[in-house]
Design a protein around this ligand. Structure first.
Ligand code: SF4
Length: 79
């Protein structure tokens, strides 16, 4: 069963970008370019959109989930 990272509580996101930094750290990349997770400003003030590339599942997604201070992520399983 494949595990997927989902942003089920996107409305709680504060835009801190810790999830991006953790995914980039795991890929040994510096900076935000080509990140598998991207955070965009939402329509209303202080709201954010979390975009997750499906390739993120090759990373330690438990670690990414646990680093988020707002518990935005959930891990789901696909058959
Ligand atoms: S770590 Fe959590 S709160 Fe911070 S930007 Fe990522 S999803 Fe949003």
């Amino acid at each position: 069963m494949a595990k997927n990272l989902k942003a089920t509580q996107e409305d709680k996101c504060n835009g801190c970008e810790l999830c991006i930094l953790e995914s980039q750290r795991q890929l040994k990349k510096v900076g935000l370019e080509e990140s598998l997770i991207r955070i965009f400003k939402g329509e209303s003030e202080n709201s954010y959109k979390v975009e997750i590339d499906p390739r993120v599942s090759v990373l330690d997604i438990e670690k990414i989930k646990s680093i988020c201070p707002k518990e935005v992520f959930e891990i789901t399983e696909n058959d």
